[in-house]
Structures are given as C-alpha cells and as structure tokens.
Design a protein around this ligand. Structure first.
Ligand code: HEM
Length: 153
C-alpha cells in the first residue's frame, strides 16, 4: 500500500506537467488559425489517462490504504467532519480532484467533437485551467499536512 501512496504522489507531478503542457497547447490555438494537430490530441489523451490513473489509485487508497475506510477507519468517536485531516482526505481532496478530473475529461473530449478547431482549443484551454486550479488547491502540500513533495528522496 505504501508503494501506491508513493505512486499516487509522483503521478501528481506527471499530471501537473502534462496538464500545464495541455494548457499551453490550448493557448497556442486560441488565435484561431491553427488546425488541431495529432500531437496535441495525443497530449490531451495522455493528460486524461494520467488523471484517471491517479483517480483509480486514490480510490484504492481511500478504501484500503493506511487511512482507508475499510482497512483503517477513524477511531470510534472521531467526527470526520470536525477533524481537519479526515475531512481533507475523506471529503475535500477526493471531491475536488474528481471534479477536476471530470473537467480534464470534458476538455480532452473537445478534440472529438465536430466543432471548429479554434473552438476545441478554446474550450479545452478553459476546462484545463479550471482543473489545474482545483488540483493545485486540493493537493496536500507539505505546509498543510506534512506530506512530502517527493516521497523517498
Ligand atoms: C488529480 C488527482 C489527485 C492528485 C494530484 C492527488 C495527489 C495526492 C497527494 C500528493 C497525496 C499525498 C501523498 C503522500 O502522502 O505522499 C495524496 C494522498 C491521498 N489521496 Fe490523492 N490525489 C488525487 C486524487 C485523489 C482521489 C480522486 C482520491 C480518492 C478518491 C484520492 C485519495 C487520496 C488519499 C486517501 C490520500 C491519503 C493516502 C495516505 O496517506 O494513505 N486522491 N493525493
């Protein structure tokens, strides 16, 4: 399970880099003169796949991890909503990340629509930007919960 926490943590960096690159690609098409390239489509697809993989591992951690609902539930008498750590890892983190991943999925889906390429770029850009803001807000940065930036290093 520890391996999955580490994997989940490092996937954050892969996703952030891919998402940033996807945003820049979206930006590059905002002028309306560029046709959607196969490379940009591929980048958006990989961004979505890394988001979905992070989600899947997150779900496993939430259910079966070291603070998993089934494997290590909060001690009797703990109010999940009143405890900042449980509230974050059981509610805020999963909810905001799932919403962000829905936005990434919709953003990437623009590539498959029969709309002008300029509109695809514009819509994808905005969906990715909102997703990035949500993800940055919902990551357990070291200052909040003491979780490492690069576990194991
Ligand atoms: C974009 C999506 C996500 C990112 C970037 C992300 C990032 C992170 C990071 C950086 C940690 C800290 C890891 C550490 O302690 O070293 C973490 C922990 C955790 N995440 Fe996520 N996460 C995402 C989505 C999710 C989702 C969708 C869920 C649940 C459905 C989830 C559940 C958890 C849980 C339960 C932990 C605590 C694991 C533990 O300490 O045992 N995550 N996440």
């Amino acid at each position: 399970m520890n391996f999955l926490v580490v994997l989940h943590s490092y996937l954050r960096w892969i996703l952030l880099v891919l998402l940033l690159a996807s945003i820049l690609k979206g930006l590059s098409g905002l002028g309306g003169k560029k046709a959607l390239t196969a490379g940009d489509k591929k980048l958006w697809l990989f961004t979505m796949i890394s988001a979905h993989t992070t989600l899947l591992i997150g779900l496993i951690l939430l259910l079966f991890g070291r603070m998993g609902i089934f494997t290590n539930p909060p001690p009797a008498g703990t109010s999940v909503m009143k405890d900042a750590t449980y509230r974050f890892f059981y509610m805020e983190h999963p909810l905001m990340m799932i919403i962000a991943i829905v936005f990434i999925t919709i953003g990437r889906g623009q590539a498959k629509k029969s709309i002008p390429d300029a509109v695809k770029y514009k819509k994808a850009f905005w969906f990715f930007v909102v997703a990035l803001i949500l993800i940055l807000a919902a990551i357990p940065w070291p200052s909040r919960f003491g979780r490492p930036l690069f576990p194991g290093l």
